[in-house]
Design a protein around this ligand. Structure first.
Ligand code: HEM
Length: 544
């Protein structure tokens, strides 16, 4: 099945592929000249409101907030010229300016950075749909063509009704089925790791294998698509993999966030073709499921008087996919397509990176790895929690220490390192401060999770920070890997269960160690927080 992977290169190096970046650079130089000319013309033609140029005039308490020096038009974007220093810049700003500061985006649009848990709670905790609106940039630019008005981007009542429908795919019953898929694909992953590490004593990178496993899990859970052994699956895998690389390249290049420039870029043609290819495959699957569902309904009618059991007809599949839940709603096939794209895009890389970071931290901290293994062994030896070598949903849920390690991993490496809101109504932070409607707010889990006020000795890997009694002592909005409030991550539980299941199978079979140290690898602000190169692992087979 891992024949899907043609070239096991690490994600960071693919992002820095020389030929494509040469194309990008050429492109930038060409269009930088166009932008500058355009801006000079705009400046002198007075077409742009003067507020964009007079960036120094304070107007409200927000303008008076501390923050880095801004420049006309580009605001504070130039601080992120060198993307390898992005997280360093954010940490420096937080150290210099405290828990609330301001910077500016393109055309000097103010952005308020909130890093105080109570301020964040004021923004995220309301049930008012107008409060959970997101700004058009960067969301639309990054995801708009693939995710259109899917759950991640949509707003208002449309968002609320779709959120309700998608939630039906995340019930206790659905998780019983997903647990079977976690086992199926992770067992194959273990076989591949076995082959890789038994061949020699060299350290190896493993992210592409984990990535492939996670992608198979999400495609099977969302639409019952088996990526292996059929052409559509293979094409979908290759297209999605390439789509991810192109969108990350776009995300890391502020000029390309403008649709105008992106459309002229040579890579955008390939990008559109990839989306078309994936959409065509998904449309075919939706049509097939719809047809099967109609046939089922017919059989059900014909069997109304008999002892008909739904499982007899539907139950050949290991579980009902999320798509089946959507087909049972009044969503149109095109709406279903967009929501499928949303769930896959939001769920595949975030989870595989979590596993990757978790294994790395456990390799660096063998004393914690041993505790996890004791817990995992006990559950694997329990015939109720692990049936015929397959972990059940309850078995995974019972791995409490592993879960604390997963939480601590996401504290140290919050994959979604920043997210934004643009509340349509005013938000009262306290008696003196109110954010006016349409203020862009940036919330950065990476700054919050490194604040010693919430996490003493934040660099240290300490899973017991997440013991229930310690959680109770901490502000509930100080832990934000999945955001919080009504617009938090809908797949949070799925992500934690899947990460734990993959890590559990690996740790059951291998002792994991690494030749890297935590500071050896720079982190990049791709759409998700990505290591510039893969961590290198050793895996030694355990006697179990
Ligand atoms: C460790 C893995 C994951 C992390 C760290 C993560 C994190 C997040 C965060 C921070 C948000 C809020 C983004 C924002 O406000 O802009 C979000 C939203 C979302 N996530 Fe996840 N996620 C993960 C896995 C998943 C999985 C596995 C799925 C699906 C199965 C998923 C589906 C979604 C969707 C659909 C949204 C949009 C929700 C809405 O706006 O109502 N995520 N995720």
């Amino acid at each position: 099945m891992y024949s899907l992977i043609k070239n096991c290169s690490d994600p960071g190096s693919e992002l820095f592929s020389k030929t494509e970046n040469y194309v990008l650079m050429n492109f930038e130089f060409k269009y930088l000249a166009v932008i500058l000319t355009l801006l000079i013309v705009l400046r002198f033609s007075q077409l742009v409101p003067s507020k964009f140029w007079s960036w120094k005039k304070p107007k409200s308490w927000i303008d008076l907030l501390p923050g880095p020096r801004q420049f006309p038009i580009i605001g504070g974007l130039h601080y992120f010229r060198d993307l390898t220093k992005t997280f360093k810049v954010l940490h420096e700003w937080s150290a210099l300016y405290g828990n609330i500061f301001r910077s500016e985006g393109i055309f000097n649009e103010p952005i308020v950075f909130l890093n105080d848990a109570s301020d964040v709670q004021a923004v995220l905790s309301s049930n008012h749909v107008g409060l959970v609106t997101k700004p058009v940039k960067p969301y639309d630019a990054l995801f708009g063509q693939f995710l259109k008005n899917g759950l991640l981007i949509s707003k208002g009542e449309y968002w609320r009704s779709h959120r309700r429908i998608l939630s039906r795919g995340f019930t206790y019953q659905s998780y019983q089925g997903y647990a079977k898929l976690f086992s199926k694909y992770t067992k194959r992953l273990v076989e591949e790791l076995e082959k890789l590490f038994s061949a020699d004593d060299e350290p190896h990178q493993i992210s592409c294998l984990i990535h492939c496993c996670s992608l198979q899990i999400i495609c099977a859970s969302v639409m019952g698509l088996e990526l292996c052994g059929n052409d559509d699956g293979r094409i979908f895998y290759e297209s999605l993999h390439r789509y991810k690389i192109l969108s990350s390249k776009r995300a890391m290049n502020p000029i390309l966030l403008f649709d105008f420039f992106w459309r002229m870029h040579p890579l955008s043609r390939e990008y559109n073709q990839l989306i078309n290819t994936m959409n065509n495959i998904t449309r075919k699957i939706i049509a097939k499921h719809k047809e099967a569902k109609e046939t089922d309904a017919q059989i059900r009618n014909n069997n109304a008087d008999t002892n008909y059991r739904e499982d007899d007809i539907m139950g050949k599949k290991p579980c009902r996919s999320m798509m089946d839940e959507m087909l049972a709603s009044d969503l149109t096939p095109e709406e279903i397509l967009i929501e499928i794209n949303t769930v896959i895009a939001a769920g595949f890389e975030s989870t595989s990176l979590t596993v990757h970071y978790m294994l790395f931290l456990l390799a660096l901290n063998p004393e914690h790895q041993r505790v996890c293994q004791e817990e995992i062994d006990e559950i694997f030896n329990d015939p109720v929690k692990c049936r015929n070598g397959n972990l059940t949903m309850d078995g995974v849920a019972d791995m409490k220490y592993l879960e604390r390690c997963c939480n601590e991993t996401l504290r140290i490496f919050p994959i979604i390192f920043m997210f934004q809101r643009k509340p349509e109504v005013a938000v009262k932070l306290d008696d003196e401060r109110e954010l006016p409607p349409n203020t862009t707010v940036a919330i950065s889990p990476i700054l919050m999770h490194n604040n010693p006020e919430y996490y003493p000795d934040p660099k240290k890997f300490q899973p017991d920070r997440f013991l229930p009694e310690n959680n109770r002592k901490r502000h509930p909005y100080s832990y934000l890997p999945f955001s919080a409030g009504i617009r938090n991550c809908i797949g949070m539980k799925f992500a934690i269960m899947e990460s734990k299941a993959i890590a559990a199978y690996i740790l059951r079979h291998f002792e994991v160690s690494t030749v890297d140290k935590i500071d050896d690898v720079t982190l990049l602000p791709s759409i998700v927080m990505t290591p510039q190169r893969d961590y290198m692992f050793h895996m030694k087979r355990r006697q179990v």
